[in-house]
Design a protein around this ligand. Structure first.
Ligand SMILES: Cc1cc2nc3c(=O)[nH]c(=O)nc-3n(C[C@H](O)[C@H](O)[C@H](O)COP(=O)(O)OP(=O)(O)OC[C@H]3O[C@@H](n4cnc5c(N)ncnc54)[C@H](O)[C@@H]3O)c2cc1C
Length: 416
């Protein structure tokens, strides 16, 4: 294979790279797919808790693209070529039925991310036009007279007419996306924003929050406060962890939280009873206390909150009331209990690192990519796809949909 010249070299065998290589091979181009791991799709196979949230089943392009507020204008053109419906057709047409769950999240019916991976590996292999070179890390581009001619790897140099860079961002670096692709782009003159974890859980240094690890609240309101003002408010499920808080809601607010942390200290305030105002929650407590008069307060409170959480809340109100009988709770203590349950505060100190993040902010500035073809605006024979491009989006299948769309378009255009 050494020194053979290809039509196209695809660097990175993740979802976007496999889609690009498979598509180009299907159209008859001679392709080399280079992957540094000893297998393709390592990150893909752990997505969605190994079930792979393959896309988001919103079939209206406009509504779908509302989830990309900062990059929507770039994405209309690619989505007019390959959209969510195309993804359904692609995978279902290849024998992988999809199911749709809450928040329109689509998964393979088999609930196995590995099956998604196998569909793509088959796609790469079926045309016999794609050579796959595993365990090979591309180190740099070979650029001559302003044009990319080849790539350097420890196994030798490889040459092609066109190149597709699909090396991913920095999230979950243990799966292979360690950022060399972005350094290579910066070296040849692309504007690359430093990666930063996004879609990541949040940290606090407050010990009682760490102590709640494993507890969850199905429906609460989480407000982020700065200088006493509400900067962001979200509602849904919250998970407490040994470092802070997590869950889709928290993960999806990480991007905004990072921006806020740059401007000052940030406090999280959790309202455990978002449907009750102070008065109605106080009334609920009074009713509860009336029926459970002689019980220990901590036992009675289990009617309202999970044990771990209720005991923590009681300790925050007053260490001494945890074990007292309900009838000895004073009015002031009860009122303070209501206030605490509606405004459980702790500081947010940052996001967890790349190893905890689902995607990373940063990468190539989208302005440097022609989204009609996915070509670099600096090098006409270079294509940039997937997480290498700096596009902020929520969790819910949106990241992989970008990979399918961009991979398909780059593969089609490069094979022309
Ligand atoms: C735990 C987790 C769960 C996720 N779940 C979901 C989900 O359910 N739904 C969803 O939409 N998104 C999910 N994501 C995000 C999604 O996985 C990514 O957006 C997607 O994998 C990006 O694909 P990619 O092709 O751009 O890059 P990657 O998947 O990162 O693949 C890049 C590939 O390039 C290879 N590579 C890197 N550098 C080189 C080099 N120098 N030479 C050769 N090869 C190289 C890497 O080894 C890697 O295989 C999840 C992410 C994580 C971390």
């Amino acid at each position: 294979m050494k020194n053979k010249t290809y039509d196209i070299i695809v660097i990175g065998g993740g979802p976007s790279g496999m889609m690009a290589a498979g598509r180009a091979g299907e159209l008859g181009a001679k392709v080399l797919l280079i992957e540094k791991n000893d297998r393709l799709g390592k990150k893909l196979s752990i997505t969605g808790g190994r079930r792979c949230n393959i896309t988001n089943a919103e079939f209206d392009n406009r509504i779908f693209l509302d989830n990309f507020p900062e990059s929507k204008q770039f994405l209309f053109s690619p989505f007019s070529q390959f959209n969510v419906e195309s993804t359904f057709e692609f995978f279902q047409g290849r024998g992988l039925p999809l199911i749709v769950e809450d928040r329109k999240r689509a998964f393979p019916k088999s609930e196995k991310a590995e099956d998604v991976c196998n569909v793509l590996i088959d796609y790469v292999e079926e045309s016999f036009n794609v050579d796959v070179q595993l365990s090979t890390s591309v180190k740099s581009f070979i650029v001559e007279e302003g044009e990319i001619k080849g790539v350097h790897t420890p196994s030798g140099d490889f040459f092609a007419k066109k190149f597709v860079l699909a090396t991913g961002g920095l999230a979950a670096p243990e799966t292979g996306s360690t950022g060399e692709g972005l350094s290579m782009l910066a070296t040849i003159g692309h504007a690359v924003k430093d990666p930063d974890p996004n879609l990541a859980p949040l940290k606090t240094n407050t010990k009682w929050v760490h102590g709640l690890s494993g507890a969850s609240v199905d429906d609460m309101t989480l407000r982020y406060l700065q200088d006493g003002k509400i900067k962001l408010k979200v509602r849904g499920r919250l998970l407490f962890t040994h470092f802070g808080i997590s869950g889709p809601l928290v993960i999806n607010s990480a991007h905004e939280v990072k921006k806020l942390l740059k401007t000052g200290a940030l406090i999280a305030s959790v309202d455990l009873f978002p449907d009750d105002d102070f008065g109605s929650l106080d009334k609920r407590l009074l009713d509860l206390f009336e029926t459970q008069k002689n019980k220990q307060l901590k036992t009675a409170m289990k009617e309202l909150l999970q044990k771990k959480l209720s005991e923590t809340v009681l300790r925050l109100v007053d260490e001494s009331i945890v074990d007292v009988p309900v009838h000895s709770v004073t009015k002031d203590q009860r009122k303070l209990l209501v206030r605490t349950m509606k405004d459980l505060q702790f500081p947010i100190t940052g996001t967890m690192g790349f190893e905890w993040s689902i995607v990373a902010d940063g990468g190539v500035d989208p302005k440097e990519v022609d989204f009609k073809t996915m070509r670099s605006r600096l090098f006409s024979n270079l294509y940039l796809i997937g997480d290498t491009i700096d596009i902020n989006r929520p969790s819910g299948g949106f990241s992989l949909q970008l990979c399918w769309t961009m991979g398909w378009i780059a593969g089609s255009d490069a094979a022309e």
